[in-house]
Design a protein around this ligand. Structure first.
Ligand code: SF4
Length: 592
């Protein structure tokens, strides 16, 4: 059913009770990213810390969820333990469709449960159950228990945290249906601070599809575009790991804490190597015919009689970069075994790998000792890294607790800030150049997906800060609209403005269909207003020296160009963060 308002379930974990609220704003904030920011402005506490029990943890979907392919993401919005400011993280799995089958546009969780708990929500159900016996279990073991406790499939989605989340780690992820994650910015830590081990979304309702003849025709045409284009072969066959060799060739693949940007040893961890020797199967988020999720295997001996256990591990480009090239691990099975360790403790793999790469170089340089790292970290040696992942996830000592707050924070205390590969948060795997370094370090989520800065570097030879920043601002607005529809960004080449308008129009969202550009820009401003109002100061962003030393196929970095880009982008962010129109939803906090 198409509605002008959002149907939002609010749950208070302290009392175990919930309400359904109708929230206005469909034609101004659309859903997903826009709705996340809108709801944070309604329920968030700008002047209180991220772990205040009353801070909201928000999950939002979009108007096209359940109606069109690859509208498969859920946006999680919260005040981040990483920087104590507003942030978002996106994940797929079955979460979005399960919310749609609960007839919900968003779930807002506040309060702190009196004891470790699970929250189960359905179309007509809400239950907060004691889960003290699950506290301390790793992601795999808790997953098995939860699947037995909350039977179902298809429209059931399980969101859970591991020990890292229980510790409130700023690097803790929320695992979604085993193979997807709300990875970055510590959403898992927010769940832990609320004593919330798991959220089970049970999509028990049904929803009507439009009866018009136009809808099935349009659905079929979108489906064919998704499967007939090269997107299908690119993401389904080798998947995102295909980029390892390509970026290595361009001298853009970070190796050993970004001391290098290329290495012939890439052949051991290339997309082909993983597909030929480790791939078991592909799987997909609900509602996606592409199936880009690649599952490999690791083999573990579990007794002296040579009996082995086979474990399935998801791999993608970013995880392979983070615990492969960044740590100098060049054997695909070793990469998978390290990914398995990261999964168990419930850490964000990119943050963990990059932070451990910094710790390794700091140990090499004598800035740290084994007294801090507890394990003899050496690039290329997998065993100490497996130990370190465990220490980082469990916050084993003061050093690992500090490292979980970010390599730059650890460097500020111990030294070694010059080689901390931090761009707002631990870097993504693209050493493509000045535009990407500027974009990730200043970007709203500090994600490589906030904007296409990495691709801009690859296609533009000229150094024009004005044109580059104009691109970042425009591209971000388009992505903000797409993530408000909750599209998988792999589909951005298909879901262009005209097609989105047609999809929205077919469902009856004509006002949104007619205002895509304007709505995207409005959501972009709202998100920046919200981030700035929670304390973000773009002028305080640092781009460590290591990034200025990178050499790509274009040659060495141009620090003056990077400085000019930073200054211009900061100003653009501050301008976007100024409430500029009475039609804009106004944030509650003060912008600096
Ligand atoms: S392309 Fe991959 S990430 Fe995107 S919706 Fe499909 S399976 Fe999920």
């Amino acid at each position: 059913m198409i509605r002008d308002h959002f149907r939002v379930m609010r749950v208070d974990l302290a009392s175990g009770r919930g309400t359904i609220e109708e929230v206005d704003g469909r034609n101004t904030v659309a859903g997903g990213s826009g709705l996340g920011a809108h709801l944070f402005n309604r329920y968030g506490l700008f002047d209180r810390p991220w772990n205040d029990p009353d801070q909201p943890l928000i999950f939002a979907v979009g108007p096209l969820t359940g109606y069109f392919p690859l509208m498969s993401k859920t946006v999680c919005a919260f005040k981040s333990p990483y920087h104590d400011q507003y942030s978002e993280s996106h994940a797929g799995g079955r979460s979005a469709l399960a919310l749609r089958f609960c007839d919900l546009d968003a779930l807002v969780i506040t309060g702190k449960a009196p004891r470790p708990s699970c929250l189960a929500v359905g179309g007509r159900q809400l239950e907060v159950t004691d889960a003290h016996f699950l506290w301390g279990l790793d992601i795999q073991r808790v997953g098995k228990r939860l699947r037995r406790m909350f039977p179902g499939s298809g429209h059931r989605s399980i969101l859970r945290i591991g020990p890292a989340g229980e510790n409130g780690s700023p690097m803790a992820c929320i695992n979604v249906d085993t193979y997807r994650h709300f990875g970055r910015m510590g959403g898992g830590g927010v769940m832990g601070s609320k004593n919330l081990k798991a959220i089970i979304i049970q999509g028990t309702e049904t929803f009507d599809l439009p009866e018009s003849k136009a809808y099935p025709k349009l659905f079929q045409s979108v489906y064919e575009k998704m499967t007939a284009t090269d997107m299908m072969s690119k993401y389904h066959n080798l998947g995102t790991p295909v980029n390892l060799e390509a970026l290595n060739e361009l001298k853009c693949l970070p190796w050993r804490n970004l001391k290098q940007s290329t290495d012939p040893a890439v052949s051991g961890i290339s997309g082909e190597a993983f597909a030929d020797e480790t791939l078991l199967r592909n799987t997909a988020c609900s509602g996606c015919p592409v199936g880009c999720i690649h599952i490999g295997f690791v083999r573990e001996q579990f007794d002296d009689a040579h009996h082995f256990l086979y474990r399935q591990v998801n791999y993608d480009y970013e995880p392979i970069f983070a615990v492969g090239s960044m740590l100098g691990i060049t054997d695909k099975f070793q990469v998978l075994s390290l990914l398995d360790e990261v999964e168990k403790v419930g850490l964000d793999v990119m943050s963990a790998g990059v932070a451990l790469a910094w710790a390794t170089e700091a140990l090499e340089k004598g800035i740290l000792s084994e007294k801090e790292t507890l394990a003899p970290l050496v690039f290329g040696d997998v065993k100490p890294y497996a130990e370190a992942v465990h220490h980082l996830g469990h916050g084993a000592n003061d050093f690992y607790k500090l490292l979980a707050r970010g390599a730059l924070k650890a460097a500020d205390r111990c030294g070694g800030a010059d080689f901390a590969c931090v761009l707002g948060q631990e870097m993504a795997g693209y050493a493509t150049g000045e535009v990407f370094f500027t974009a990730q370090s200043h970007g709203l989520r500090h994600s490589h997906l906030d904007t296409g800065g990495y691709s801009y570097d690859q296609v533009h030879e000229e150094k024009d800060p004005k044109a580059a920043v104009a691109f970042l601002v425009k591209d971000e607005a388009e992505r903000a609209f797409l993530t408000s529809m909750v599209s998988c960004l792999f589909a951005r080449g298909v879901y262009k403005k005209d097609l989105l308008a047609e999809c929205l129009g077919t469902l009856g969202y004509t006002a949104l269909a007619d205002s895509i550009d304007e709505t995207g820009r409005r959501i972009q401003r709202l998100r920046w207003q919200t981030r700035l109002a929670t304390g973000y100061d773009p002028a305080a962003v640092r781009i460590p020296k290591r990034f200025h030393e990178v050499v790509t196929w274009k040659g060495p970095m141009d620090s003056e160009y990077m400085q000019a880009l930073s200054e211009r982008y900061r100003q653009a962010i501050i301008d976007m963060g100024r409430p500029s129109s009475e039609a804009d939803p106004q944030p509650k906090g003060e912008t600096p």
